[in-house]
Design a protein around this ligand. Structure first.
Ligand code: ZN
Length: 685
């Protein structure tokens, strides 16, 4: 509900101008650090850096160390939540991997390794994004043979089961496409019976679930708990009951370990931040009791806790349940990026200057404007449902009444965005679509920082600028309102990216850097965003419409001066920007007109702009772009391995330093987690 995910369509976001809610920070120049870890199936695995970790205090590092341990202890919970056979399958596959004696070049074995990597990536047998079950590429015979070759104590059979019975139980779960076909099935008649997740016991129906939780609700409750959030609902002796996930309830061994590390962190947080000490204490109390009132208590403490080190740990998001009741376990540990947060503060505190100097008619300017400040964070550890596939921003807590009464934390994860951006430089995408070395070098040097700046200007200032004329209906632009609004915010950001004030404020290093964003914006709007449109379709999504609207309008209105043009070389179409200063003038002119349309509610003019410039796609150019893109063979989904934190201690066991390293491989990390952070039984009934 509130997690901002870089999904399939946005897997390439770093190549395009970021969307609402996606924000990025300053880049790091890196030597001897490779973001790319490995690729398999439709997945690319990356790693992320933790810039600034060395500069934290020992207290902060210690806290991060303990919270990071707690972040890894819930991994088994998520496997079991996703499907009740996931732990059995993972343990069987890992045993085979470590005991395998056969030919490692055989097709079956290679497919086996791919399948194991996919199970790790998805925390189970269903695709992490599409929710459908993916099937092994190896044969049933191979599987049978390998299980039989395992030492008896390595086969995670149920009590009293023979190996043959175990194999017979696992085969349909793994190989039959019709068995447990979807983790979450929202299109089925009975969404609960059809979903293969483990949030509801066998035989529990959708109408039973709905009636059960409806009966719990109290009328006129202004502060309702999140009913059913932290339990499995099962039917025992014909009666529905909740098995609560708590210290002495379901998932007890894993929750005890999470609590263990949280308790270890208390002395470190005691002298660090009193409000955070309270936050962690409340979380511990909630894990011990499983009481959802305590969860709300914790969430309220968390949202007002402003310590630099911060974390999410618990049953949080409900995407994995077709009815949105049960929450999957997740964790993110992070610290505030003071530099990047300063950047959004600088922009916000100068909001009035930007408003006063914008190229729009004075009648449409706000006399008093307030900027928005967002918190930018650096992630140090990902766990549970945030690992390996990762959100790029978080907005929590989810309870509406807590958000209304106490606010929420909205954060963007800069080091993850940076990793996406850096990895994108190596995909061959720019070599294929960018006109020349000049522009490629501009993008390499300034691409990330200007993209981030444009997004900040869009979010912190653009949407908040300008005002409606007295008597203008706020809904006057009707079905074109979001396209016009995004156009307005984007233009505000584009216009100011090139302003000397930006360099003066230290937001860009020099007067040429903005050209990277201008080039990328035009290339994207005129050419490359078409890779996200299916053949024969027009553009519909508001941000994409706004980008093409701006790019095509500027192309046409700059024609006489040849400001921007399409050029064809070796049968390939490129975008070329010939005059950056005039390009800025044109952005300013269009901004003035768009603000007029908004302020006066000029529906006809808004409609005409969107329809003339924003929607239509040239089918020939579209086809060309799609063909060129396909040849790059880019992976649609990406995720991350974690850095490794090692604590150095004195002879009394007190932490004296924490070191971070980045050299663990994907396979090593997964196998290690399965040994060091795996406490749940294979079958959790
Ligand atoms: Zn926006």
């Amino acid at each position: 509900m509130k997690k901002i995910v870089l999904g399939a369509t946005f897997a390439l976001a770093a190549l395009f101008t970021a969307c609402d809610g996606e924000k990025k920070g300053q880049p790091e120049t890196n030597q001897n650090f490779t973001y790319e870890v490995e690729e398999f199936a439709d997945i690319q695995v990356l790693r992320y850096k933790v810039p600034g970790f060395e500069d934290l205090t020992l207290q902060e590092k210690t806290l991060i160390y303990y919270l990071s341990q707690a972040a890894l202890e819930g991994r088994d919970i998520l496997y079991d939540q996703n499907n009740r056979y996931n732990l059995a399958i993972r343990r069987t596959l890992e045993a085979i991997y470590e005991n395998y004696q056969g030919d490692k070049e055989s097709a079956d074995y290679k497919e086996f390794v791919v399948y194991l990597k996919r199970v790790w990536f998805s925390n189970g047998i269903h695709h992490h994004y599409g929710e459908e079950k993916f099937l092994p590429g190896f044969s049933k015979d191979f599987f049978k043979e390998q299980v039989k070759a395992l030492p008896a104590d390595k086969v995670p059979a149920k009590e009293g089961q023979t190996v043959d019975q175990f194999i017979a139980m696992m085969e349909p779960v793994m190989f039959d496409p019709n068995v447990m076909a979807k983790k979450v099935d929202k299109s089925a008649k009975d969404k609960i019976l059809a979903s293969a997740n483990n949030y509801y016991g066998e035989g529990v129906t959708q109408s039973e679930v709905e009636a059960f939780y409806e009966a719990m609700k109290k009328p006129d409750d202004a502060t309702p708990v999140s009913y059913g959030l932290n339990s499995r609902l099962v039917k025992e002796n014909g009666k529905l009951q909740e098995k609560v996930w708590k210290e002495n309830g379901l998932y007890s061994p894993a929750i005890k370990r999470i609590v263990y590390w949280l308790e270890k962190s208390l002395p470190a947080v005691h002298n660090y931040d009193k409000s955070q000490e309270e936050t962690i204490s409340k979380l511990i109390f909630y894990y011990k009791t499983g009481d959802l009132k305590m969860f709300d208590d914790y969430a309220i403490a968390w949202v007002s806790d402003n310590a630099r080190v911060d974390f999410v740990n618990g049953f949080t998001e409900t995407y994995g349940d077709a009815l949105g009741i049960k929450a999957s376990w997740e964790s993110i540990v992070n610290f505030r990026n003071e530099e990047a947060t300063k950047r959004t503060q600088t922009i916000s505190s100068n909001a009035q200057w930007f408003e006063d100097h914008s190229p729009v008619d004075n009648r449409f300017k706000k006399e008093e404007v307030k900027g928005v400040t967002a918190k930018v964070i650096t992630v140090t550890q990902l766990g549970g449902d945030c690992y390996p596939a990762t959100p790029i921003g978080i907005n929590l807590p989810n309870a509406d009444w807590i958000r209304a009464d106490y606010g929420s934390k909205s954060v963007t994860i800069e080091n993850i965005m940076e990793a996406y951006d850096q990895a994108s430089l190596h995909t061959g995408f720019n070599d294929e679509f960018v006109w020349s070395e000049n522009e490629i070098n501009l993008i390499k040097e300034y691409g990330f920082m200007t993209d981030v700046l444009h997004t900040d200007l869009h979010e912190c200032l653009g949407h908040g600028s300008g005002k409606l004329m007295p008597g203008t209906d706020p809904n006057a632009l009707g079905e074109y309102s979001s396209e016009i609004e995004e156009t307005r915010a984007d233009l505000f950001g584009l216009y100011y990216c090139a302003d000397p004030k930006i360099v003066e404020l230290g937001l860009l290093p020099n007067a040429d850097a903005y050209k990277s964003e201008y080039y990328r914006f035009m290339m994207n709007g005129l050419l490359t965003q078409l890779v996200r449109i299916e053949p024969g379709k027009n553009i519909e999504e508001a941000h994409m419409v706004n980008r093409q609207l701006i790019a095509k309008w500027v192309l046409e209105h700059g024609k006489a001066d040849n400001v921007v043009e399409y050029k064809v070389r070796d049968g390939k179409t490129y975008v070329v920007v010939n005059d950056y200063e005039k390009l800025r003038d044109l952005f300013g002119q269009l901004l003035a007109e768009i603000q007029r349309i908004k302020s006066e509610g000029d529906f006809a003019a808004g409609k005409a702009l969107v329809e003339k410039y924003g929607i239509k796609v040239d089918p020939k150019l579209h086809q060309e772009v799609l063909e060129r893109y396909k040849k790059l063979n880019m992976k649609p989904y990406r995720g991350f391995v974690n850095p490794v934190f090692t604590a150095e201690t004195d002879d009394k066991g007190k932490i004296t330093d924490v070191k971070v390293s980045y050299d663990e491989s994907y396979i090593d990390q997964m196998l290690r987690y399965s040994k060091e952070y795996s406490t749940l039984p294979t079958y959790n009934d």
